[in-house]
Design a protein around this ligand. Sequence first.
Ligand SMILES: Nc1nc2c(c(=O)[nH]1)N[C@H]1C(S)=C(S)[C@@H](COP(=O)(O)OP(=O)(O)OC[C@H]3O[C@@H](n4cnc5c(N)ncnc54)[C@H](O)[C@@H]3O)O[C@H]1N2
Ligand code: MOO
Length: 408
Amino acid sequence: MNHFFKVKSLEEVKSLIKEFSPVGSETIPVCDAFSRILASDLIAPKDMPGFRRATMDGYAVVSSSTFGASESSPAWFDIVGTILMGEIPDFDLAPGQAAKISTGGMLPKGADSVVMVEHTELVDDVSVEIYKSVAPLQHVIDASEDFAKQDTVLSKGTLIRPQEEGLAAGLGFARIEAYKIPRVGIISTGDEIIPIEEEPAPGKIRDINSYTLAGFIKEARAIPVRYGIVKDDLVALKAAIKKALDETDMVLLSGGSSVGTRDFTIDALSSLPDTKILVHGMSVSPGKPTILAKAGKKPVWGLPGQVVSAMVVLKIVVIPFLNMLKGLAQKDRTIRIPAKLTRNVSSAQGRRDFVRVLLEKKDNQLLAKPVLGKSGLIRTMIHADGLLEIGDHVEGLEKGTLVDIILL
Ligand SMILES: Nc1nc2c(c(=O)[nH]1)N[C@H]1C(S)=C(S)[C@@H](COP(=O)(O)OP(=O)(O)OC[C@H]3O[C@@H](n4cnc5c(N)ncnc54)[C@H](O)[C@@H]3O)O[C@H]1N2
Ligand code: MOO
């Protein structure tokens, strides 16, 4: 049965993210936390660093005793001790007294700043001259300056970069709660598609989409699971989708998403139990014949077969859904950089266009050169560094326009 497209805008499709929920969570060692998503808030159990700490080598002092000190009129201080690294000083400091301290050392009680050794001159073993005044807390990190006890230092949904991993480690969290890494099933469809190991007979082509889609899924730090190639056969397609749904958190099909007599994706999905078609057609080019279904609680995508269209739809629409499944609070992490368009580009009203562009630097200016060619030509993606998004109500863009490019 053929169903004609009832196109939805890109925003309407993206708004369907709310139909789905993140995968479950698990406890993992903090050393494996890089690139994972935090599944519960991280609360500081103590102040960080927890003590007043020198950031320069020199002398711990009471800052008010240094006021007015200068090259011509140095202030005189009594040296009352040396602070050992990692030890609590066993003396307090009064105005007019100084203690030798190294970077990272703990200031004694009473001291509120450190004078750099370069701004001092040792008079003898017990006295030092100071040539520069210091302000309160100068050259020190205070006890709760990084984070205070009970602060929410990282919120649920945060992407753990090296700095977040370091913070969790610094606070003593040996294990953290992270969302599981979603598994994404990938199925290529079409009687003309053959495995890459085979020599294509006339009319056949090797499977490209399984590889490009898996690459983008890996780039998004999820796990691709390839289910190979399925012929244009309703029964075989249904079986493959069911298996992928049992074993993964989201399924991607490519090919057969249009309205031709051999396009079975919509029929296969419609006949699955507990499955609702949410999208069949999107006002995006390339990528119009996109399908989104909700099978049980899981998203299933029917991506256009054309190699470029499948990649563009994955990058623009599927990745924000994947980010939600991953538990990421910030679903859209698309990086855009400004560049100047090198030629006029036309676009249809009522449709969101994504134009492949090559980026080139000339006279300190980044130029965006449209890469022309059909959506079945993978070379247009090979030569492209980014995508230029043209709004639904824009008829085209003129040469010289400053545009934002989505990096590929
Ligand atoms: N009457 C209409 N026909 C088409 C429309 C339309 O609006 N009305 N839209 C066109 C657009 S746009 C696209 S894109 C394609 C998408 O169609 P399908 O998703 O059904 O994809 P197929 O027909 O199966 O394949 C299209 C093309 O891509 C090749 N392909 C498929 N899978 C792979 C793969 N894994 N690796 C490499 N290449 C693949 C396939 O051989 C075809 O050449 O529909 C238009 N038609
Ligand atoms: O819009 Mo179709 O998705 O290539 O060319």
